[in-house]
Design a protein. Structure first.
Length: 389
């Protein structure tokens, strides 16, 4: 933990309404201010690392909505990351918790294992493993884009990701096509691994940073390292890759933008927490959507509140995650959209699951897929009909 950062908090309370778990339970210790108070007690020795204390930290989504809201500049992102590492080093969890977390990290960062696990997703899962089968999407796409799409512009490498490359391989393919169409020299090296974002988010900070730096080495020498998964991009910007950039901000400086064709779709766009709060990117993803003729961007209410995905949160805190996901789905449906879009794979999985629970599944896209469809001149009805739900 970092006691010098704890002292920055003046306990003003501006963070409280930004915190999804505080809005759920209205419990001080489930707010950023309350958790910082707990951190202080752990540092000065007046508080023991009991199950109750750990539960309050486990309930934090790590959505970072409190960070831009704080007038004192408290680095809560650093505090919760190091506190979770402290907990994982010193607290022995229950057998069920250890089993679930071990399974997650033995499977998710490994593409072949994850593909095999998804093939079994329809089988009943016992006890602590049930959230895995409940959240698993009814689709997957493990296609890999061409390793090189030549262009005359800057040389860029696309981060394929672990979950992204298995569940949303079509998003990677669309990203590579759009970058190439807009003039970039695009590379998607197969010799790249997991970035470590899931690890760092769950208290395995050392492994998370190590993986980020290993990925940085494997993608060295490019003008930019492009991410299309908000959580991965945030982690890489914080821990290891110079030149890491979200695809939406890179397209703002495209060397030779391709012509966009009309795509008449009403899209409810959800801000990903790690784009909006951590990377401070709000205008960029909207700009690439609004550049599509005929497309309407709809804004669901409560954009700043997390959908409940948050790394592995919807697996280890399934009840709270479900409530947050259902709330987000309700806000999305209130806009009466044709489709739903978000710039993070976790959000797409989480909210589509909530929409299916509500009995109103929607075509769901990463924004770059809609840009790709526009550049290729696809018919809106065909795009919606073929979309994941």
């Amino acid at each position: 933990m970092q006691p010098e950062l704890i002292a920055d908090c003046v306990h003003c309370g501006f963070c409280l309404p930004t915190c999804p778990t505080y809005t759920l339970w209205h419990e001080e210790m489930d707010s950023p201010r309350g958790r910082i108070h707990l951190m202080s007690g752990l540092v000065d020795g007046t508080l023991e690392l009991t199950d109750t204390v750990v539960e309050h930290f486990d309930r934090c989504l790590g959505c970072m909505a409190c960070v831009p809201a704080c007038p004192s500049g408290v680095q809560y992102d650093r505090l919760i990351e190091t506190t979770r590492a402290h907990i994982e080093e010193r607290k022995r969890r229950s057998v069920g918790e250890r089993l679930l977390r071990r399974l997650i990290f033995e499977v998710f960062p490994h593409r072949r294992r994850l593909r095999a696990a998804l093939a079994l997703r329809r089988l009943p899962a016992p006890g602590p493993l049930r959230p895995l089968s409940e959240v698993a999407p009814p689709w997957h796409n493990a296609g890999w884009p061409p390793e090189h799409l030549p262009g005359r512009g800057p040389r860029v490498a696309l981060v394929a990701g672990c979950v992204q490359s298995v569940v949303f391989g079509d998003v990677n393919a669309a990203t590579a096509r759009v970058l190439a169409a807009d003039g970039f020299d695009v590379h998607v090296p197969r010799a790249q691994g997991c970035c470590g974002a899931l690890h760092a988010h769950a208290g395995r900070l050392e492994e998370g940073v190590t993986r980020a730096r290993e990925l940085a080495k494997s993608l060295r020498g490019y003008d930019a390292v492009v991410t299309n998964a908000a959580g991965c991009g945030s982690h890489l910007k914080d821990h290891g890759i110079d030149g890491a950039v979200d695809v939406s901000e890179l397209l703002a400086d495209a060397p030779a933008p391709a012509q966009r064709q009309p795509l008449a779709v009403r899209v409810a766009f959800q801000d990903s927490c790690h784009l909006k709060h951590a990377q401070r990117l709000e205008t960029e993803p909207r700009a690439i959507l609004r550049a599509i003729p005929g497309l309407t961007v709809l804004e669901p209410a409560d954009q700043a509140l997390c959908c409940g995905s948050a790394g592995i949160y919807n697996l280890v805190q399934p009840e709270a995650a479900r409530e947050l996901g259902d709330r987000k789905a309700e806000r999305v449906l209130a806009t009466e959209p044709d489709a739903y879009a978000s710039g993070n794979p976790g959000c797409l999985v989480q909210v589509t699951a909530a929409l299916r629970r509500a009995g109103r599944p929607l075509p769901a896209f990463h924004p770059i897929e809609l840009v790709d469809a526009s550049i290729r001149g696809l018919d809106a009805r065909d795009v919606l009909a073929a979309a994941r739900r």
